[in-house]
Design a protein around this ligand. Structure first.
Ligand code: IVH
Length: 661
């Protein structure tokens, strides 16, 4: 029996490879199904003989209870970006200067999600998402369902290999067509659909969704070149994108980019750029990486797609502070992977500067590939019927006459009781950086406000009294109400700075809220601070000091604070919050030499804030040595122990990216 099981597994796995990878089926669907059936029966009868690479594990689905964390053996890097020919040339020349005659591998940049796979003795054992690059999440159960991924390699090797999970355009369209029939919300683009399928506890969904994968990187390859490594990945039986190319010159690279810029629409899947990788592995290692990116590779990103659509109207919305914002109402159009119907136009000056009129055809793109932005009107398509926007005089929600800001640019609704302002204020109160309450999105908040369930901050904390009523509301269930109430309870323990930010005092952002919380420790101390005293604090000017003291002088606000305290909301400062990131967290640093832009003490504090450790001596346990000018013997020791060294430029860049300097 064991023999037959093995035989069936071999035939069926081979049939899978030929069918999905080589487009060369040798079994009919019927033959395949009947062999698979036979195997499933035998495995059921003799579970002790079931093989780890059995194709039945691609059939039987698995439900997990939560995503386990997985620490990557080597960090999963992202790629730096270049956006035009000049930057590609720069990248190329910088490398060729030190490594003359270098060759590069050009690859398509798959628009999916990165994954790290582990095989042990040739058998697939684990798949993990990138996560923060150091720790990802175990998605083995879903990745197993990818039809083109073999569960057994052609060689019994231990392997960590990386690639991209994606969904073809065809599967994406089919998936959305099905969702439309079922009345489910549609996915915006194939990447979202792929990511949504992978982030499921039940692998039945990934199985139905028809995902695909290409592998493109082995972190610890033993081959001399990336090209040979890719050949090896193929030999192992893993899917590799066939369009990779070896470029021997800058011209070859630019030709490849040109070719795919034109031919991109003909591909059966979405790509968002071209990846360039230095071919020689020894040179790759010598070049090394920054904290985030390898220096031997980069991604050329295709220019942001620009489309033309009609600006059918401009409507005004009211923000939490009463600020009035004009918004473009656009004829829905697909741009950079999603459908856009609205875009902010910021203020009247912006509209004037761009010469936008209602009825115009406008150029539209996504800034940073995310936020829709109206670029300007297509003047040649004007027909004379376009209308200049007139600023409104009254609040579109409560009809109160608007007032102008000091800068004379913005308009405000001055009515503290304006429903639009109140709803925005409530949405801000629960938002992630404020009280961080899950389950009260914009829509729900608006509904709750209109139904009279939440009219003010206090009502949020009294929701638990209305648990049964909430459960009975349409669209809610016991579980979601319980999760919401748990999240509300949890938010009571937030440190003071979150509450100060959440209250929405004009001009008080996260940074100022933290400064005030640190200085006053308790809201009861802060509420009695006078304006002069507040002005003495660094970073707090006249206006902010006035806003804070005005807020706390208001009897209504003093009552609000007291009521929140009575409801059990913490109003004290917890102390320095540590933040996790993949650059500093859980790593040991040693500082040596002088840095021109920051004192050692300050740098130490920043590293500790991110849960990193700073020690005085270099040892094999040290992760990184940060070396300024005239470093001492610690530098030599780091070199001899092969420890990563960051110079002044690198640490400055990291701190700048983190907005620490
Ligand atoms: S190589 C150390 N090659 O693009 C090398 N990445 O923006 C790591 N990607 O995180 C990546 N196609 O998820 C590489 N052919 C390709 C790729 C590719 C898509 C993704 C990958 C990466 C992201 C960076």
């Amino acid at each position: 029996m064991q023999e037959r099981i093995k035989e069936l597994v071999d035939i069926l796995n081979k049939a899978n490879v030929e069918y999905y990878l080589n487009d060369n089926p040798f079994l009919s669907d019927n033959e395949y199904d009947s062999l698979l059936n036979e195997l499933a029966h035998l495995e059921e009868k003799y579970p002790e003989y079931k093989l780890p690479d059995s194709p039945t594990s691609k059939v039987a689905t698995k439900v997990i209870s939560k995503f386990e964390k997985v620490r990557h053996n080597t960090p999963m890097f992202s790629l730096s970006n270049v956006f035009n020919e000049e930057e590609v040339t720069d990248f190329y020349q910088k490398i060729v200067k030190d490594y003359p005659n270098s060759e590069f591998v050009c690859e398509l940049k798959m628009d999916g999600l990165a994954v790290s796979l582990n095989y042990e003795k040739g058998i697939f054992v684990r798949a993990a998402t990138r996560g923060d690059g150091v720790v990802g999440e175990d998605i083995t159960h879903n990745v197993k369902m990818i039809k083109t991924l073999p569960l057994k390699l052609n060689k019994p090797v231990d392997l960590e290999v990386r690639g991209e999970i994606f969904m073809s355009k065809k599967s994406f369209n089919e998936c959305n067509a099905k969702r439309e029939i079922e009345g489910l919300p549609l996915f915006q683009n194939p990447r979202n659909a792929a990511a949504g399928s992978i982030r499921q506890l039940d692998s039945k969904i990934a199985k139905e969704r028809d995902l695909d994968i290409y592998l493109y990187h082995i972190p610890s390859t033993t081959y001399k070149t990336h090209y040979e490594t890719m050949e090896y990945i193929k030999e192992l039986g893993l899917p590799v994108n066939p369009n990779l190319k070896l470029a021997k010159s800058l011209n070859d690279i630019l030709d490849y980019i040109d070719y795919w810029t034109t031919n991109r629409p003909n591909l059966p899947y979405e790509i968002d750029g071209i990846v360039l990788k230095l071919n020689d592995i020894e040179s790759q290692n010598a070049l090394g990486s920054t904290a985030k990116y390898p220096k031997w590779a980069t991604a050329y990103k295709f220019p942001a797609e620009e489309v033309i659509t009609k600006l059918s109207d401009i409507i005004f919305t009211v923000g939490r502070t009463g600020q009035i914002t004009p918004n473009a109402v656009l004829e829905p159009i697909k741009v950079a992977g999603s459908t856009v119907k609205r875009a902010t136009l910021h203020n009247m000056e912006y509209i004037k500067a761009k010469d936008l009129k209602i009825g115009d055809y406008v150029y539209l793109h996504k800034a940073g590939d995310v936020i829709p932005e109206v670029v300007g009107p297509v003047i040649s398509r004007r027909n004379g019927n376009e209308k200049i926007l007139q600023m409104i005089k009254n609040c579109p929600i409560c009809n109160t006459p608007l007032v102008k800001s000091n800068s004379e640019i913005d308009y405000f609704c001055p009515n503290d009781l304006c429903p639009a302002r109140n709803i925005e204020g409530l949405v801000h109160f629960v938002s992630r950086n404020a009280m961080n309450i899950d389950g009260l999105g914009d829509r729900i908040m608006e509904d709750f406000y209109n139904m009279g369930i939440i009219k003010n901050f206090k009502d949020i904390y009294e929701l638990k009294k209305r648990k049964q009523e909430l459960i009975e509301l349409e669209g809610f269930g016991t579980k979601s109400v319980e999760n919401l109430l748990d999240s509300i309870e949890e938010s009571k323990n937030n440190s003071l700075e979150r509450l100060l930010f959440a209250l929405g005092i004009p001009g008080i952002g996260q940074k100022t809220a933290t400064i005030l919380a640190k200085k006053y420790k308790d809201i009861d101390n802060l509420k009695n601070a006078n304006e002069e005293e507040l002005q003495q604090i660094n970073d707090i000017g006249e206006i902010l000091a006035c806003n804070v003291s005005t807020f706390f002088a208001s009897p209504a606000n003093r009552i609000l604070i007291r009521e929140l305290q009575e409801l059990g909301i913490n109003t004290t400062y917890h102390g320095e919050e540590t933040i996790e990131n993949d650059i500093f967290t859980n790593k040991k640093f040693v500082l040596t030499g002088t840095l021109s832009f920051i004192k050692r003490d300050e740098l130490k504090k920043i590293i500790e804030k991110y849960n990193g450790e700073v020690s005085s001596a270099v040892s094999s346990k040290t992760d990184v040595v940060i070396a300024g000018a005239d470093p001492g013997s610690k530098y030599d020791k780091a070199v001899s122990l092969n420890i990563e060294i960051w110079n002044e430029e690198q640490i400055r860049k990291i701190l700048e990216d983190l907005k620490e300097i």
